[in-house]
Unconditional design. Structure first.
Length: 93
């Protein structure tokens, strides 16, 4: 009896793991087409970014102006943090 229950459980688990939604393939193909069109546009910048907690990279596209603005803001933030750390480190007053 236990062998039958174990076998039925195993078959159920394997069949559940192997199934995939048919909409996933269609959605993935539509996203690929959309990203290909964005990549051809000279005003768009597409890049792969690592997601926190995952080894998979996610494709992100944005306007070139927005990308440059984000880069500038991030550089300013790094500079301000670096200057704060340098002035307060080693100060004995």
């Amino acid at each position: 009896m236990i062998k039958i229950i174990t076998l039925m459980t195993l078959v159920t688990l394997v069949s559940a793991c192997s199934s995939s939604a048919p909409e996933y393939a269609e959605k993935s193909a539509a996203n690929d087409k959309k990203y290909q069109q964005m990549a051809k546009d000279k005003n768009m910048v597409c890049e792969y970014r690592a997601t926190t907690g995952s080894h998979r990279k996610k494709r992100t596209c944005m306007a070139k102006e927005l990308s440059e603005e984000i880069r500038r803001i991030n550089q300013e933030a790094l500079r301000s943090q670096a200057s704060k750390g340098q002035t307060s480190a080693g100060s004995s007053i």
